[in-house]
Design a protein around this ligand. Structure first.
Ligand SMILES: Nc1ncnc2c1ncn2[C@@H]1O[C@H](COP(=O)(O)OP(=O)(O)OP(=O)(O)O)[C@@H](O)[C@H]1O
Length: 344
């Protein structure tokens, strides 16, 4: 069932070209320092083969894949290995989106985004601009796509919220600043993340938050252009994702989801996350309500006021209000939010 849901979720058409690869793509020259941390650093060695990695533990499961904690046998560096498995009957859209995810993570390089150290297509390391097929290996047993990622030993923001329930405004402001810097980088490359939520914001050993999981990301032609690329809500039934979805993605007709709104959707999602960090629960619905499609749709269409924590500062209220502006044209941009007093 979960696989089916993910397959549906990934059927969004992604026909636009990606920006050119970075000159020295992700898989950079190694400068490994033996004395460093258990977790791999930006200068970690290139991994040529998945057999170089030893699985230590399962870190988590997503829709369609498993994430393992692994150790590089040669250097003892620790990584996270995400493995997406495709059954032979997997929908073409699922494979296509996984390939798109791989192409995006190979190009992004920012301290605010979880680093990818290598992508393996059926165990074969793909280089800079190799075409990734996500296709069958011909063995009849399905295929897989594996991502070797920076290990984020603090887990996700969702884990953090489970443990601490609420975060103080100062910490929330730090989280928001890092996510916005990551979004500024991505949007500058015309990449819409599309799935900003607590489980996709990971924390490293130093307490730094980074954006992860490009499973529904895509590249848009130009902001404000008439591409449309309208989101078909019937494709995205996964609750964890739709809970953070903006009104114009829910209902493009009502909220004028023409061209240019897709970057604004990431800002809405960040606003929901920020409010959740302060309230200690998913904020757009009442404590006992389920965040199902119909309930969320009612909130988007008829809900007037977002509940704020009683103790929230004016800066916090203003910041969240600017993110959760229903009309995406009035919503703050990433650059505006980076100048907002809540962060400064
Ligand atoms: N680089 C990483 N370092 C440490 N833990 C990670 C890393 N990437 C993922 N995880 C853990 O594995 C879990 C599963 O990640 P994955 O990206 O597959 O799915 P998800 O984001 O939880 O759900 P979904 O697939 O619905 O987006 C995460 O919630 C996180 O706890």
């Amino acid at each position: 069932m979960a696989t089916l849901v993910r397959e549906r979720r990934h059927q969004q058409a992604l026909e636009l070209p990606l920006p050119p690869p970075l000159p020295a793509a992700k898989f950079r020259t190694p400068t490994y320092s033996p004395g460093l941390s258990p977790a791999a650093t930006p200068g970690s060695p290139v991994i040529g083969n998945l057999f170089e990695l030893e699985k230590l533990a399962v870190l988590g499961h997503g829709n369609g894949g498993t994430v393992y904690k692994v150790r590089h046998k040669g250097t003892s560096s620790i990584y996270a290995l995400k493995v997406l498995r495709f059954h032979d009957h997997a929908a073409a859209g699922f494979r296509q989106q996984a390939a798109r995810e791989a192409e995006i993570v190979k190009r992004v390089d920012s301290p605010f985004i979880v680093r990818c150290h290598g992508v393996f297509d059926n165990g074969r390391l793909t280089a800079g601009d190799d075409v990734i097929t996500g296709g069958s290996d011909g063995s009849g047993g399905g295929s897989n796509l594996s991502f070797v990622m920076e290990y984020m030993e603090g887990g996700s923001l969702q884990d953090l919220l489970r443990a601490r329930q609420r975060l103080p405004e100062k910490e929330i402001s730090g989280v928001a600043r890092r996510v916005l810097r990551g979004l500024r980088y991505l949007h500058g490359m015309k990449i819409v993340h599309g799935d900003i939520k607590p489980s996709n914001l990971l924390v490293n050993g130093g307490g730094e938050v980074k954006i992860a999981d490009f499973g529904v990301s895509h590249v848009v032609e130009c902001q404000g252009g008439g591409k449309g690329n309208a989101w078909d809500s019937s494709r995205d039934t996964f609750m964890g994702t739709c809970a953070y979805m903006s009104p114009e993605r829910f209902d493009p007709e009502r909220w004028d989801g023409g061209g240019g709104w897709e970057f604004a959707g990431d800002v809405w999602s960040l606003g929901v996350v920020v409010l959740e960090c302060s309230l200690g629960r998913f904020p757009l619905i009442g404590p006992g309500q389920r965040p199902d499609w119909a309930t969320l749709m009612c909130v988007m269409c008829f809900g007037e006021r977002v509940e704020m924590p009683e103790t929230a500062s004016p800066e916090f209220r203003s910041f969240v209000g600017r993110c959760l502006e229903k009309d995406w044209r009035k919503r703050a941009t990433v650059d505006e939010l980076l100048e907002h007093p809540f962060l400064n």
